[in-house]
Design a protein around this ligand. Structure first.
Ligand code: 2HA
Ligand code: ZN
Length: 272
C-alpha cells in the first residue's frame, strides 16, 4: 500500500494547473484538447500500487517501443475546464503492456471513462520524440483560434508557413528553430493521423493540423505549453497584419544573426 495519494504528486498538480491555464487561454473549448505526460516508475511508485491494475484498456494499435512506460493522460470527452474540480475523473494514469497493445489503468478515470481519443497521435509521437531526444516527456494538443484561422488563409506549405511565423515575432525562430510541420485536413482520432503526426515529429516538435489545431512535443508541460503559446502569438500577429501593406519584416539575414546570438540552427533550407 502507498500512504500518499497521487493528487499530491507535483506532476498531477502541474497537469491540473496546465489544463486550467490552457482552458483560460481559450485553447480547449468543450472537450477539445488532450495531454499526455511520460512518467518514470520512480515518480509513480510512491503514490500508487503499480501491481494493482484497475482496468485493461485496449489501445487499438500496437506501440511496443513504449512497453512498460507510464503516462498521465487526459480522458476522452472530458472538459479541460473541469479537470481542476475532479482530477481523478478527468485524468488517468496508464502503463503500456509488454506487447504494446493495452493500457493498464492504475489510477483515475473514476467515472468509468478512458483515455483521450487521440491516444494514437500521442503514443506514436512520444515514440518518435524519445528516439530523437531522451528528455522528451510531453505531447500536448489543443485548438488555438489564431493558428486555426491561419490555416484557412495561408499556404500550408511547411516552409512558407514556418517562415511567416518566424517573421511575426523575433523570438519565434529561436523558440522553434526546427519549424512547424503542417498536415492537411485529416479525420482526427485515427491511427492514420497519428502516424502522419508522428512522421512530422521526426523533424520538428510542432505539428499543425489544418482547420483543427496543433500538437506540441516538449521536455515538460511548460516547454510544450510555451511552444504553442509562441506559435499562437505569431499567428495572432499574422492575422493582424496579413490584410495590410507590409512595410517591414524580419529579414533572413537578421534571422541568421539570431541563430548566432542564441546558438540555434534553423531548419535546413528554411532560411535563404
Ligand atoms: O479531445 O481535441 O482532436 C478532443 C480533440 C480531438
Ligand atoms: Zn482536437
Amino acid at each position: 500500500m502507498t500512504d500518499k495519494t497521487l493528487l499530491e504528486a507535483p506532476y498531477v498538480v502541474e497537469m491540473v494547473r496546465t489544463c486550467t491555464n490552457m482552458y483560460a487561454h481559450g485553447w480547449d473549448e468543450r472537450n477539445g484538447g488532450n495531454i499526455s505526460l511520460l512518467l518514470s516508475e520512480e515518480e509513480v511508485a510512491p503514490y500508487v500500487d503499480v501491481n494493482n491494475v484497475l482496468r485493461q484498456l485496449p489501445i487499438g494499435f500496437v506501440e511496443p517501443s513504449l512497453a512498460g512506460k507510464y503516462f498521465l493522460v487526459t480522458g476522452t470527452g472530458k472538459y479541460f475546464k473541469n479537470v481542476q474540480y475532479d482530477p481523478a475523473a478527468n485524468l488517468g494514469l496508464i502503463r503500456i503492456t509488454a506487447d504494446g497493445a493495452t493500457a493498464e489503468l492504475l489510477w483515475g478515470f473514476t467515472d468509468g471513462g478512458t483515455f483521450t481519443s487521440e491516444l494514437p497521435a500521442h503514443l506514436m509521437s512520444h515514440a518518435v520524440r524519445l528516439s530523437a531526444d531522451p528528455n522528451a516527456r510531453v505531447v500536448m494538443h489543443c485548438h488555438p483560434a489564431n493558428i486555426l484561422a491561419m490555416t484557412y488563409v495561408h499556404s500550408l506549405d511547411e516552409r512558407e508557413f514556418t517562415r511567416t511565423l518566424w517573421q511575426m515575432c523575433t523570438e519565434c525562430v529561436f523558440v522553434f528553430p526546427d519549424g512547424v510541420g503542417v498536415l492537411p485536413w485529416m479525420c482526427c482520432g485515427t491511427t492514420e493521423i497519428g502516424q502522419a503526426t508522428a512522421e512530422k515529429m521526426r523533424e520538428c516538435r510542432l505539428v499543425v493540423w489544418a482547420q483543427h489545431g496543433i500538437y506540441a512535443a516538449g521536455s515538460s508541460l511548460d516547454d510544450a505549453f510555451g511552444l504553442i503559446e509562441t506559435v499562437e502569438k505569431g499567428a495572432e500577429i499574422y492575422l493582424k497584419v496579413a490584410h495590410l501593406p507590409r512595410l517591414n519584416t524580419i529579414t533572413d539575414a537578421q534571422m541568421h544573426e539570431l541563430e548566432a546570438r542564441f546558438g540555434v540552427k534553423a531548419r535546413e533550407g528554411f532560411l535563404d
